[in-house]
Design a binder for this molecule. Structure first.
Ligand code: HEC
Length: 110
């Protein structure tokens, strides 16, 4: 159909990433990141920086012309792999203090 062809051409012209978006349909966010982002961002970790996935997906749509679905998937992914807060590993500390009956001493040289 002519109408369909025009609509498709319009999408391709207005968004340079529209073609990639179609190819991206159904890809896992890990794959999307590896294909489209890893060139510049070596790791997805630390990119979310504690932001909400909604804020992030706006950022991604704005800066990378990702489609809403792709942006949302990537944003959720970035949030899920974001570096945990520094206070998280409290368990290992409890474990090591149990194996050593001495009270914790200040470590020299740190
Ligand atoms: C052409 C290189 C390039 C590609 C490809 C790229 N980015 Fe970026 N990205 C950058 C640069 C440069 C910055 C700015 C870095 C800064 O401000 O510290 C940035 C910033 C970001 C930020 C904000 C980081 C911050 O510190 O606030 C996020 C989130 C992000 N990119 C995600 C992505 C995602 C997801 C993709 C894949 C869809 C992607 N980027 C692809 C170069 C790229």
């Amino acid at each position: 159909m002519i109408l369909g062809t025009i609509a498709a051409a319009d999408v391709v012209l207005t968004s340079p990433l529209a073609f990639a978006q179609n190819l991206d349909a159904g890809k896992s966010p890990e794959r999307l990141f590896a294909d489209g982002c890893a060139t510049c961002h070596r790791s997805p970790r630390g990119l979310a920086k504690g932001r909400y996935s909604l804020t992030l997906s706006w950022f991604l749509q704005d800066h990378y012309s990702a489609g809403p679905d792709t942006a949302k998937a990537l944003a959720d992914y970035l949030v899920s792999v974001d570096t945990p807060p520094p206070s998280a590993p409290a368990k290992s500390g409890a474990k090591s203090s149990r194996s050593k009956p001495h009270p914790p001493k200040p470590v020299q040289g740190q």
